[in-house]
Design a protein around this ligand. Structure first.
Ligand code: NAP
Length: 432
């Protein structure tokens, strides 16, 4: 079969995948594009990663929804690469395949005690408070915790610490899972401490994130004054990165003047603390020993130290990512990769936009006249296998249900938290 309109499968409906679709539809408005995701809902980390109290960052999803309304663009949820369809089958069915599956696994610290109860990677915790349908309920795990240790000084670490430190009132306009919020509010929390293995200048927080930490209702931000003297004085013509660091140091200096005990929860920033051993009692974490010989109590430890990719069979792997040359997957003509699956877990949503645009441009330049079945071929294959998919209309039903439930509580949405609820909502009565 030949068709002048190219067919493209985008695997992964997160920001990187959608930005690629944006570029592809601009360059080839005639393209037939299927966005495949294993989840019943689109938007990946914009839905399940971005902190629930930072709704502004989630605003990109409105743009992605508009892409789903474009002719020729379909969302096909509930389809997992490697389980429901193989990479070879996608290559046979579409003129081009673009992998945008991100990173799906927490990195490990690799130190003794990491398997104790009360120790978990950030993805596990973030999935739970963001109502991911695969999340494990952590209510019992956090219920007795007084001392929360957050390992890492990246943006995820500060998101996690803030979600613990904020009150239910401060989260009222967020789309956090209400059950997770209730469980956090019920903790006998005394300290939330972020541990960086390097100094304050190396922390990748933004000044807005730090300022927010300085204004919390029940938590007082604290820094050891000794750690904010080790930074050079402001220079007169700083680079943006140096300026960010200088502003951060000023914020930390302000925190160092705060009085411990000023508010019920101590929100500590501790630097030069590389975890060495996690200590346990009765199988549960109780402490952290650091490389400098110091020690801290910790009955809940969330590691926020980055992620690794989970890659489907058939994709060449290099340093935990898809092996590629500027987005062209090594040894697989017609297959491309973008975002964290290509570069590793770095960069913000705008960084991934630029990356996806550049790779999409290469994909379009490589396209030969179409010779594949495209969407019809996938439909036939999935129907024959009995795979129950969720289409754009199904997602719109889920979206409507969640937004309406949220609106009744003054929230942007309350997410349906199980596969069953999501699938049922996707199948519910047609939209008006
Ligand atoms: P990240 O920015 O790479 O931070 C990882 C942190 O873990 C670093 O502080 C790192 O320390 C530390 N670390 C790594 N291995 C460690 C070890 N063995 N022991 C102790 N500490 C260790 O990763 P992330 O916070 O997961 O964020 C991932 C990406 O998402 C980033 O690009 C981030 O900007 C983005 N993101 C952005 C936002 C936002 O824009 N608001 C929000 C969330 C995430 P070193 O620096 O010493 O290596």
């Amino acid at each position: 079969m030949t068709n002048s309109a190219p067919s493209i499968a985008v695997v992964g409906a997160g920001p990187s995948g959608f930005y690629a679709v944006d570029a592809l539809t601009r360059a080839r408005p005639d393209a037939r594009i299927d966005i495949i995701d294993r989840l019943p809902t689109p938007f990946g980390l914009a839905r399940y990663g971005v902190a629930p109290d930072h709704q502004g960052t989630k605003g990109v999803t409105r743009q992605f929804d508009r892409l789903l309304a474009k002719p020729g663009v379909r969302f096909i949820g509930g389809v997992e690469l490697g389980r429901d369809v193989s990479l070879d089958e996608l290559r046979t069915t579409y003129d081009a395949v673009l992998i945008a599956t991100g990173c799906g696994r927490d990195r490990k610290l690799g130190i003794p005690g990491e398997d104790l109860a009360g120790v978990m990677g950030s993805m596990r915790f973030v999935d739970w408070f963001n109502a991911h349908p695969d999340a494990v309920d952590l209510t019992a795990t956090i219920a007795e915790a007084r001392h929360v240790a957050v390992i890492g000084n990246g943006n995820v670490a500060i998101d996690v610490a803030r979600v613990f430190a904020k009150t239910a009132d401060e989260m009222a306009k967020s789309d956090i899972d209400p059950r997770a919020q209730a469980a956090i509010a019920a903790m006998p929390l005394e300290t939330v401490t972020l541990y960086g293995r390097r100094g304050p200048a190396e922390a990748s927080f933004t000044i807005n994130e730090l300022n927010e930490m300085g204004r919390l209702a029940r938590a007082v931000a604290l820094v050891d004054a000794a750690h904010v003297t080790d930074v050079t004085a402001p220079d007169s013509d700083p680079t943006p990165e140096r300026l960010r660091k200088q502003k951060n140091i000023e914020a930390f200096r302000g925190f160092s003047a705060n009085a411990p005990g000023a508010k019920p929860v101590a929100l500590g920033f501790r630097f030069h603390r590389a975890p060495l051993v996690l200590g346990g009692e009765n199988g549960r974490v109780v402490s952290i020993n650091f490389a400098d010989g110091s020690y801290a109590p910790a009955d809940l430890v969330i590691t926020c130290i980055g992620y690794d990719a989970i890659l489907a069979e058939g994709l060449p792997v290099e340093r935990g990512r898809v092996a590629n040359d500027e987005g062209r997957v090594t040894g697989l003509p017609g297959v491309y990769v973008v975002g964290w699956a290509r570069r590793g877990p770095s960069g913000t949503i705008p960084t991934n936009r630029a990356d996806s645009f550049a790779v999409a441009e290469r994909l379009v330049a490589d396209l030969a006249p179409s010779s594949k079945k495209g969407p019809d071929g996938l439909d036939a294959l999935l129907t024959a296998r009995g795979v129950a998919t969720i289409d754009t209309a199904g997602w719109q039903r889920i979206d409507k249900t969640e937004s309406e439930t949220g609106a009744r509580e003054g929230r942007p949405r309350i997410k349906l938290a199980t596969w069953q609820a999501l699938r049922a909502s996707a199948r519910s009565a047609a939209l008006p």
